[in-house]
Write a protein that binds this ligand. Structure first.
Ligand SMILES: [Zn+2]
Length: 477
């Protein structure tokens, strides 16, 4: 195969593409069958290492020389590099995580670690988060290595035909617990392995159908977080004589005040997303979507109720404001002792532009008169991250989606949770949520993250492979 700067997927030999798509589905099944659970269970503590080994084996079979990295035994990560001729600039990083959250098998209709195919879906923990993209990135890399071999080159040492930049594949451990045993450590100790002009990561370019139109929200931003521990002071006393300075009562009041949703603040990315959605809807629906951008929260709330099912409503509300979820509450030592102290932990998620200091101010403001009795201590904080939604990389991603689904509408989007993009931000790598899946209208995605019966459509997956391949070819061509 020759240089391919403008090579559309149609130029991949169709018969070859069929085989690679089969390979992709089998790769996802094989990865699901390796329970790479985080936190690692006592009876199988090396799941991530086994997943990393499996990938390293596939890469070695493709003629590459993968590197295994392991900070803690059993918590393996794997990195491999395909060479370009160096004329195109810094590499492209294909990033993914190998770990999955636990699954309670008795609740599932298929074995969560069976990788079964049924009803046109691949079932199992990780199908959505995020082994489908691990498999897709790995398959794209294997395709490129195969092209090098077909051209008589050594994929481990020679430039891949047509590539002007290096392509780095990195599948890492521990994302589900913050990534410090995976990408966080690799970036601290071996940044040269991952330094890149841009990264492709999870959570984006997954089709979602609204009013019969298929949108592809491309991840350009994610919220940050700030976790606080609140120590609530009161006065110890006898349960027979109620006190209004009972720390448990104060904690309960504080929790109630903190849980009230704050005012919406649409960020530029959300504004671009909502305006983009509105453009493709009928006038009445468009009016409702635009109401979400109003400074007055009431029309926005009415619009969410009119437009969204409960899942989408929850996601949208969380993307339009800084949020506070009280998650841990402790008070009391015995039924007849009024507690003089209580603790509350809160999980705050901040929009781009909201600093930790801003968030603390919001929390203290919500507490009102109770703030005099409550210490607010920061447990952990990570700022929001975002990547340009108008530059070359975003434009290339959007164009490639449209080339493969002419009716599809790509738009910039933010996710409410954190991913390993927090770590690539340390190296200044613009990181995009882009795991292309053409889901059927009835298929849920965000709801299946960490959910029961996690699964991904086989056709959606097969559609995504040439999209990702073309992104690599175009960015590195
Ligand atoms: Zn994930």
């Amino acid at each position: 195969m020759t240089a391919a700067t403008t090579l559309p997927s149609a130029a991949i030999d169709p018969a070859t593409l069929v085989l690679w798509r089969d390979e992709l589905v089998e790769t996802l099944q094989a990865l699901i069958r390796i329970p790479s659970i985080n936190p690692p269970p006592a009876d199988a503590p090396d799941g991530e290492r086994r997943a990393a080994d499996w990938i390293a084996g596939a890469l070695a079979d493709a003629g590459l020389r993968p590197e295994l990295l392991e900070l803690v035994p059993g918590r393996g990560s794997v990195v491999a590099r395909l060479r370009g001729d160096g004329t195109g600039g810094e590499p492209l990083l294909l990033l993914s995580h190998l770990d999955v959250v636990p699954a309670a098998a008795e609740l599932w209709s298929h074995d969560p670690f069976g990788g079964e195919i049924a009803d046109g879906q691949v079932w199992g923990r990780g199908a959505v988060d995020m082994k489908h993209l691990v498999a897709m990135e790995l398959t794209a890399v294997r395709m490129l290595a195969a092209e090098a071999r077909a051209a008589g080159r050594d994929p481990a040492a020679d430039p891949i035909p047509g590539l002007t930049r290096d392509v780095i594949l990195a599948s890492t451990a521990d994302e589900e617990a913050g990534g410090l045993n995976g990408i966080g450590w690799i970036i601290a100790e071996h940044p040269e392995l991952l330094r890149a002009a841009a990264a492709i990561n999870e959570s984006g370019a997954v089709a979602t159908t609204v009013a019969g139109r298929r949108f592809y929200p491309i991840g350009v931003a994610e919220k940050g977080y700030a976790v606080y521990r609140l120590t609530v002071h009161g006065t110890w006393g006898h349960g027979s004589m109620p006190r209004e300075d009972n720390a448990a009562v104060r904690a309960a009041t504080a929790v109630t005040r903190l849980a009230v949703p704050g005012a919406p603040r649409p960020t530029p990315v959300m504004e671009a997303f909502l305006r983009g959605v509105a453009e493709h809807l009928d006038p009445e629906q468009a009016r409702l979507v635009r109401a979400l951008l109003s400074a007055d929260p009431r029309p926005g709330e009415a619009a969410i109720d009119a437009l969204c099912d409960p899942t989408r409503a929850r996601i949208l509300r969380s993307l339009l404001r800084d949020t506070i979820s009280p998650t841990v509450v402790h008070a009391g030592i015995k039924y007849n002792v009024i507690p003089g102290e209580a603790t509350v932990e809160i999980d705050c998620r901040v929009l781009p532009g909201t600093t930790e200091e801003d968030m603390r101010e919001i929390v203290v403001g919500r507490l009102g008169d109770l703030a005099a009795h409550i210490e607010v201590e920061l447990v952990i904080h990570a700022p929001a991250v975002d990547a340009p939604a108008d530059g070359d990389v975003y434009t290339l991603l959007a164009r490639t989606v449209r080339d493969h689904d002419p009716e599809g509408i790509p738009l910039p989007f933010m996710v409410p949770f954190a991913t390993d993009a927090k770590h690539t931000a340390v190296l200044g790598i613009p990181t995009y949520g882009f795991s292309p899946l053409r889901l059927a209208p009835e298929d849920e995605f965000l709801d299946r993250f960490h959910g029961v019966d996690e699964r991904v459509g086989v056709d959606a997956l097969r559609w995504g492979l040439p999209v990702l391949y073309d992104v690599v070819r175009r960015f590195c061509g």
